[in-house]
Design a protein around this ligand. Structure first.
Ligand code: UDP
Length: 359
């Protein structure tokens, strides 16, 4: 079987790494793949470091579609991928997650007669203001095979009329990568520079357009977090979209430390030992759940309800006033303990490849 693997943005690389490991385990003669990097995320901090640390092979093609608006990126990816498929016919296009690359390549592949497999299918926030929600709906509406992370995702797909024979509940590829590397995480330099102490600092990340586009939102969140932080260090690796906005405000708080995005192994070292993480990321809520680290999500909804129902995540919403009671609970050591959702066991990618070989 000839398969195109699509990876475009930071969370994609972590999932694709696990899938490539599984393909190699089964034997590359069974599944011949091309790795296509769309170039959506392109610099060292957001792309290269993941390839190096996670042993992802050099992409066979790079569509160099970084920068520009959502529509410009979508268009560049579609044109680039179509020209690749015109030169060589493949059997299946495997897309992961919910980024622009996921949607753009699935549309091109389907129109060119390939089967489309979507890893992390069926998750829904119900919030059409999120670009990712649109990517999820479009991708799932044309996919042939649906690999899911939760029963909720299965039920969402069934509600949309997907035939159950096409839905494979396999677990979470992001957790595969964490299971593989959890004993080899790397201490980032900020640890010694600040003299960080285990369970005595917070990590925060924000990058959703709805949270960071308006500088005043960003400032209000940061103010509330700093005021209620008991003065422990707050480490804030900033996504490029967020950095641009943060440059516009004066942030001189002695315990707030803005740093560049960390590599995967450094970032998860920091999360594992933190008192808590405050975030609007989807993937980080899953990793925090797996590592049993308290997680506060600054969003009104989540497409990953299992991180709240079973895991350590709590949805605080988008009113900064919700931050005080949450941090208060944390410092009183009253944060809930989580359990690991079903099939988040490090074997998801193997299940996916096994299914693909039997299709
Ligand atoms: N991550 C990282 N370095 C950072 C911040 C995040 O390696 O400085 C990793 C994190 O461990 C997770 C992924 O990036 O695996 C999450 O990506 P992001 O928050 O950009 O996307 P989302 O999951 O919200 O789609």
């Amino acid at each position: 079987m000839k398969v195109d693997l699509i990876a475009g943005a930071r969370p994609n690389f972590i999932k694709i790494a696990a899938i490539i490991d599984a393909i190699k385990e089964f034997g590359e003669n069974k599944i011949k793949f091309r790795l296509i990097h769309t170039g959506q995320h392109y610099d060292k901090n957001m792309s290269d470091s993941f390839f190096q640390q996670l042993g992802i092979p050099k992409p066979d093609y790079n569509l160099e579609a970084g920068g520009g608006t959502q529509a410009e990126q979508t268009a560049k990816i579609m044109v680039g991928y179509e020209s690749l498929l015109k030169k060589k016919k493949m059997d299946l296009c495997l897309v992961v997650g919910d980024v622009t690359s996921t949607m753009a390549c699935s549309i091109v592949a389907k129109k060119m007669g390939l089967k489309v497999a979507h890893v992390e299918a069926g998750i829904r926030s119900g919030d059409l203001m999120m670009p990712e929600e649109i990517n999820r709906i479009v991708t799932d509406s044309i996919s042939d095979y649906f690999f899911t992370t939760s029963e909720t995702a299965n039920n969402n797909l069934i509600k949309y009329g997907v035939d159950t024979s096409k839905i494979f509940f396999v677990g979470n590829t992001m957790i595969d990568t964490l299971v593989k590397y959890k004993n080899n995480l790397i201490k980032p330099s900020i640890w010694d520079e600040l003299g960080l102490i285990k369970k005595n600092y917070l990590v925060m990340t924000l990058h959703r357009p709805s949270n960071v586009e308006e500088v005043s939102n960003l400032r209000n969140y940061i103010n509330e977090i700093v005021i209620n932080s008991n003065n422990i260090p707050i480490i804030f690796p900033t996504h490029p979209r967020t950095s641009k906005k943060l440059n516009l405000i004066d942030l001189s708080f002695s315990n707030l430390h803005l740093i560049k995005p960390l590599s995967y192994l450094e970032f998860n070292f920091l999360i594992e030992k933190s008192k808590a993480v405050i975030t609007d990321s989807g993937g980080i809520t899953e990793e925090a759940t797996f590592m049993n680290v308290p997680c506060m999500t600054l969003r009104d909804n989540t497409e990953r309800p299992e991180t709240v129902e079973l895991g350590t995540n709590e949805l605080l919403g988008t009113n900064p006033k919700a931050i005080f009671p949450a941090l208060n609970k944390l410092f009183l050591n009253q944060w809930k303990k989580g359990t690991n959702p079903p099939l988040w066991d490090g074997k998801t990618s193997r299940r996916i490849i096994n299914h693909l070989l039997h299709l």
